[in-house]
Design a binder for this molecule. Structure first.
Ligand code: SAM
Length: 246
């Protein structure tokens, strides 16, 4: 591990807006903010929006700046990336944003039923070979169902035509409500000041001329969830842009 990373980890250990619970702390002791985020951390009754696979947390931090009447939580397993957003939130004195360094799979231990009102999935790896790791698969939707409030919204922003086609089909199969859907966000009428926030990965895909896709949907009824059975055309480009960069 690089010295720079170690220094970031050491500094981040003292950030008031970052939580790095061990698996045992979440499962055996119980995460103390589960069901209590508003009462014990945000100290308000505003809705909570999660960004999963937040990387440097561009969405969590920028939305927190723009929407002071909402709270935001970025979740990612990569601490060195999260450091950037967490530090920016501290420097800018933002009290409505927090970060948790853990696997998204562990979020069932972080949030209570109905505690999250919206989920952002910003440029997740499409995981073309392994649907179980795909953040819009039925496996992950089952996880989200344990804490997303009824009528809650899931936003997917992606470069990947594969992930967009797969998720669109999943949404259709499961009769979820589609709130917005475009295979070329910036050529559509849709972009607004929220949708045009550009993450670290998004900038790389735009530089490569890849159109950005956006899908917003509300699951409504969750069970039984149906996984698409068909094959989807794989993305033709290599995913070097997704390799680990801090
Ligand atoms: C391609 S990057 C996108 C980062 C950021 N959203 C952006 O647009 O710049 C995907 C991120 O998801 C995180 N990630 C993927 N699967 C995860 C999981 N199961 N649990 C936690 N983080 C995960 C990775 O660590 C990585 O930071």
């Amino acid at each position: 591990m690089g010295k720079n990373k170690l220094a970031k980890f050491a500094e981040m250990a003292h950030f008031r807006n970052v939580f790095q619970p061990s698996f045992e702390e979440m499962t055996e002791e119980g995460f103390p903010l589960k069901g209590m985020w508003k009462d014990r951390f945000f100290l308000n009754d505003h809705p909570i929006v999660a960004e999963f696979g937040c990387g440097k947390g561009e969405y969590a931090v920028t939305l927190a700046e723009r929407f002071p009447m909402k709270n935001f939580i970025g979740v990612d397993i990569k601490g060195a990336r999260m450091y950037t957003g967490a530090r920016q939130a501290l420097v800018n004195n933002l009290h409505n944003v927090a970060f948790v360094r853990t696997k998204i799979e562990n979020c069932v231990h972080l949030f209570s039923p109905g505690e999250i009102s919206e989920i952002w999935l910003t440029f997740p790896d499409p995981q073309m070979k392994n649907s179980r790791k795909r953040l819009t698969s039925t496996r992950f939707l089952d996880i989200y169902s344990s804490f997303l409030q009824p009528g809650g919204i899931i936003h997917l922003k992606t470069d990947s035509a594969f992930l967009f086609a797969y998720t669109s089909r999943l949404v259709q199969l499961n009769h979820f409500s589609v709130l917005a859907q475009t295979s070329d966000l910036y050529a559509s009428e849709i972009p607004d000041e929220t949708l045009s926030i550009r993450t670290f990965y998004e900038k790389q895909w735009l530089e490569r001329g890849i159109p950005i896709k956006y899908l917003a949907f509300a699951p409504g009824c969750w069970v039984p969830l149906i996984e698409p059975g068909e094959e989807f055309e794989k993305d033709p480009y290599r995913s070097f842009g997704r390799s680990a960069r801090n």
